[in-house]
Design a binder for this molecule. Structure first.
Ligand SMILES: Nc1nc2c(ncn2[C@@H]2O[C@H](COP(=O)(O)OP(=O)(O)OP(=O)(O)O)[C@@H](O)[C@H]2O)c(=O)[nH]1
Ligand SMILES: [Mg+2]
Length: 472
């Protein structure tokens, strides 16, 4: 596709409206617009001024509309090229006629996102900012609007640029050791490692903010998991404050995963009640168990429920070990109302009281998560559980500020950059030759460059802009 063509598109949605805008961009765009726009004065057009006149078919002299023309001269325009905007009345038929006129005078219809693509190619925006344009147009909530605007203002781009620059400094040092090792000696891990560690830390902070941002936008996914009949559905109902899930004393009551939303102190939570996990011959129950496992894998936090009144330490321990190790967990000892004596405070538990002795597997589970003893039936200690759940989400370090990382594409790039830096650090400590270290440092730099577009292939760029609408 020729990028020096004059392009034209209807920039407003197709449908009747107060006004409709036809946008023309490219060298000669303003001259082209003047051919189909008649105005009283013959003074030359000035950039960023609004002119009133009549749109005419230059071949026949036929008047089509009374309209406004706004010229933007390169490079002070959206695309960085000459741009003319014709603000007509919002008639789809009329706008299509104006579009056809512009094409007859030498413009061609723009592809989706081509105006913004040109802005990117002309250095008016980087890739992340261009993506923010699409976000802004698609935003459906205040939170989305805020993060789109922050991205568009270049908040992420600036951070990425700083990281890339710092990284470039490290790369230069390492490469000097490849080329001039005789003169400057061996690569010293002691001097380089702290810089790389600092960069890894900054990337990690970005990723944490992204996670918190997603949770605040979409809700934290919390899976209630445990053996059959331990009171998972009862807990769901207690958290929601309504009888949502069926509760019976028959093990295997819940077959399908149930998903509901509520809030704890303004944090949106999507809670999933799942089928009790056990070996079952029942086909439907097996599918339910499969879904329960998937819910556990995708969860931000797992509430692992077990029954204090009918303990099966071995089975609970095995089940707990089979859950994703990385996911934070809250161990929920349920049916505390059936335990005597009660309540009795225990140091390692959270909440008002705890039963006499923790189960052996729980005692040994140290890092696996905090334990809360509750009664889903009476509601005892439910607030302590909610508190523990919020704590497990680790949102404390994130303020009200909109996170910089919101796009999946950007998150993946930061993750890859981080992995490369960790690898580079390992190679450095292992005393690998500088060219090996340099490979991963460059990998990290390229990954970061994909965010702003400093290092992207044409194909990725085209893919990103294909998702745009026509006229943007
Ligand atoms: N006493 C007492 N009974 C409870 C408590 N929580 C649940 N139960 C009872 O335990 C039985 C099982 O509860 P459910 O909530 O259906 O258990 P579940 O884990 O969802 O069971 P499945 O769906 O079969 O896996 C029911 O009879 C509940 O009334 C509790 O805190 N105290
Ligand atoms: Mg159930």
């Amino acid at each position: 596709m020729n990028r020096s063509d004059i392009i034209v598109a209807i920039a407003t949605p197709l449908g009747e409206g107060g006004i409709g805008v036809v946008r023309i961009s490219g060298a000669g765009a303003i001259g082209l617009a003047e051919q189909l726009f008649q105005r009283k004065s013959q003074k030359p057009l000035q950039s960023h001024r609004v002119y009133f006149g009549t749109i005419i078919d230059p071949d026949t002299g036929e008047a089509l509309d009374r309209a406004l023309l706004i010229p933007f001269r390169a490079s002070h325009s959206y695309t960085g090229e000459d741009v003319a905007e014709l603000h007509c009345h919002g008639s789809p038929y009329l706008l299509r006629r104006v579009l056809a006129l512009a094409c007859r005078l030498g413009a061609r219809p723009a592809e989706p996102g081509e105006f913004t693509l040109r802005a990117f190619l002309n250095g008016k925006l980087d890739l992340a900012q261009a993506e923010a344009v699409a976000d802004l147009i698609r935003a459906r909530s205040d939170a989305q609007l805020r993060s789109a605007l922050a991205l568009h203002e270049g908040r992420l781009s600036k951070q990425v640029q700083q990281l890339s620059d710092a990284l470039l400094g490290v790369i230069a040092t390492v490469e000097a050791h490849i080329d001039f090792s005789e003169e400057i000696g061996e690569l010293d891990p002691q001097t380089l490692a702290p810089t790389i560690e600092g960069l890894i830390q900054q990337l990690e902070t970005l990723l944490q903010g992204a996670r918190a941002g997603r949770i605040l936008r979409e809700g934290a996914r919390v899976a209630i998991v445990g053996r059959p009949n331990v009171g998972k559905s009862s807990l769901l109902n207690a958290l929601l404050g309504e009888e949502r899930a069926i509760v019976t004393d028959i093990p295997g009551t819940t077959r399908d995963t149930i998903e509901e939303s509520f809030q704890i102190k303004g944090v949106p939570i999507v809670v999933l009640d799942t089928a009790g996990l056990r070996g079952s011959a029942d086909v439907v129950e097996q599918i339910g168990i499969e879904r329960a496992r998937r819910a556990a894998e995708q969860a931000d936090v797992i509430l692992f429920v077990y029954d204090l009144s009918a303990p099966d330490d071995e089975a609970d321990r095995r089940l707990l070990q089979s859950l994703p190790p990385e996911t934070p967990k809250v161990l929920v000892g349920n049916k505390v109302d059936l335990c005597r004596p009660h309540p009795q405070p225990l140091s390692h538990g959270v909440g008002e009281g705890s039963p006499p002795s923790p189960t052996p597997w729980e005692r040994g589970s140290g890092g696996e998560g905090v334990t809360v003893y509750i009664s889903a039936l009476t509601g005892y200690n439910l607030n302590a559980l909610k508190q523990a759940l919020l704590h497990a989400l680790q949102l404390q370090r994130v303020g009200e500020e909109t996170p910089a990382l919101t796009h999946q594409r950007h998150i993946h790039a930061v993750q890859r950059a981080k992995e490369h830096l960790i690898q580079a650090l390992e190679s450095l400590h292992a005393g690998m030759p500088p060219d090996i270290v340099a490979v991963d440092l460059r990998g990290a730099w390229l990954a970061l460059g994909e965010i702003t577009g400093a290092s992207v292939g044409e194909e990725l760029v085209n893919r990103i802009f294909r998702d745009f609408c026509i006229g943007k």
